[in-house]
Structures are given as structure tokens and as C-alpha cells.
Design a protein around this ligand. Sequence first.
Ligand code: PNS
Length: 159
Amino acid sequence: MAVTAVCPGSFDPVTYGHLDVIRRAATRFDRLIVACLRNETKPGLFQLDERVELVREVTADLNNVDVEVFDGLLVDFCRDRAVGVIVKGLRAVSDFEYELQMAQMNSRLGNVETLFMTTSPVYSFLSSSLVKEVARYGGDVSDFVPPAVADHLSRRLHP
Ligand code: PNS
């Protein structure tokens, strides 16, 4: 039986840390859906369609990865697609407490399992927020995000 997993996130913007988890997860499941959150209450730096486009672009070489948008509860998205596994990256112990809560809530709400992948050590300090801050002040983000993302950051923050 083919197994599909969902890798959810805001991806504002996608970083090499996200990409590392997506790539590794894609080797362990038949299909991986990268689900980008539509969050009307918390607008990001990038519009949803830009975030989705960038994730599509940087995962274009992964044949079993699809990129979709979701809003509302993640468990509803999973139920509608008959997906029973959520994959999340864990960078550090500080991530764990909140991730544990979400995993347990998603298990209770929708009987969906969350599997954690430890982030590769080279990316364990990375977050979209920090990348945006570095880019905002003119720092070099080329080690942290793919070129297409660096380009978008530069055009958005230093037009
Ligand atoms: O990249 P992020 O912002 O850390 O991703 C967080 C995300 C999108 C995975 C999380 O906020 C989420 O699943 N939101 C959807 C709403 C939901 O299902 N909430 C209940 C989770 S316990």
C-alpha cells in the first residue's frame, strides 16, 4: 500500500532546513505533500502564492513531492486526503515542547501520527524568521536559502 505523508508549515520563506527535511522525508514515503498554511491572521513577508511558488521551484526535482495550500485544521486536510502521517523537523529541544503538544492534539483530533525528523546539524540553527532578519539588514543568506529564495528576499526587502 502506498503511504503518503504531509509536511506542513508556513514556509515564509522556505529554507535549506525545510528542504533538508522535505528531501529526506521524500525518500521514506511514496508521496509527500508539502502543505503551506494560509493564515489570514498572521500575514507573512511573502504572499501565500509566492511561498507556494518558491516551495514548488525548490522541490521541482522531487517527483513524489506535491505542494498544496491548506487552511483550518491540519487534521481536516489530512482526513480529506486520507493521509495518516505528519512529518515535522525538530531542530532542538526548544522545538520539542510545542511540537509535542501539536502532535498530541493532532493525534486526539484526527488520529494522525506525527513523525519527527531531526534536522541535520548544519541547519539546526536556521529559521525563516532569522533568515528574514539577516536579509533585512543586508546580511548574506546564500548559505541558508536556495538562490531563488535569496533573490526574492533581496527584491522584497531592498527594492
Ligand atoms: O512553519 P510553522 O509556522 O512552524 O508551521 C506551523 C503549522 C502550520 C504546522 C501549524 O501552525 C499548523 O498545523 N496550523 C494549522 C492549524 C491547526 O491544525 N492547529 C492545531 C494544531 S495542534
